[in-house]
Design a protein. Structure first.
Length: 195
């Protein structure tokens, strides 16, 4: 892309090197739209274009003492814009890769939790099957969200009996899970090794 040079470019660059803000403003407006079109084509984003051009022109102002040494400011500006734009595109690509990796990790974590929950649930189900019938009924109803008075009515028991069966069932299930936790870990490890 060829930029249209300003006719008094050398004089402007010397004034800018001396800190003349009006000269900088004239240079800015002479080139802003030209390089803006180029950057916009590469980024396809108005916000990114504005950010890049702000960075480029800020760099020019900060490094203004060296401006008189530049023979072709238009070429210098083009290279600055190109480099800032490529850096921006690289950053965006890296950010996109990080976001995709994060999304994949979330999916993997969700699948892991689902598998763990399923294995744990199967272990609880095995423990419940080993309970005496009345404890099994109380535990199952409680697991399905019933409150103690509702369980008592359903099974025609006293609330104290429901509490006692529930306590005994919970104690057994917890001990069963503790006793089989190692097997659960081995089972889960095997599932993930096979994936």
């Amino acid at each position: 892309m060829a930029l249209r040079r300003t006719p008094n470019e050398t004089e402007l660059l010397e004034k800018i090197a001396d800190g003349n803000e009006q000269a900088f403003s004239a240079l800015f407006y002479a080139y802003y739209n030209q390089v803006g079109e180029f950057v916009q084509l590469l980024t396809n984003s108005r916000a990114a274009t504005e950010e890049i051009l702000q960075d480029v022109f800020t760099k020019i102002w900060v490094d203004r003492e060296m401006l008189p040494q530049i023979n072709r400011f238009d070429a210098y500006l083009f290279v600055l814009c190109r480099n800032h734009t490529l850096n921006y595109i690289r950053r965006m690509a890296a950010e996109r890769r990080r976001q995709e990796e994060f999304a994949r990790q979330l999916e993997t974590d969700a699948a892991t939790r689902e598998t763990e929950q399923e294995a744990y649930s199967q272990l609880v189900d095995r423990a419940v099957q080993l309970l005496p019938p009345q404890q099994q009924k109380v535990f199952s109803l409680r697991r399905n969200g019933f409150k103690n008075p509702e369980i008592a009515r359903e099974l025609q028991l006293s609330i104290e009996s429901v509490k006692k069966y529930q306590h005994l069932a919970m104690k057994f299930v917890i001990e069963f899970i503790k006793g089989h936790a190692f097997l659960l870990l081995i089972q889960l490890s095997f599932l993930f090794i096979c994936d």
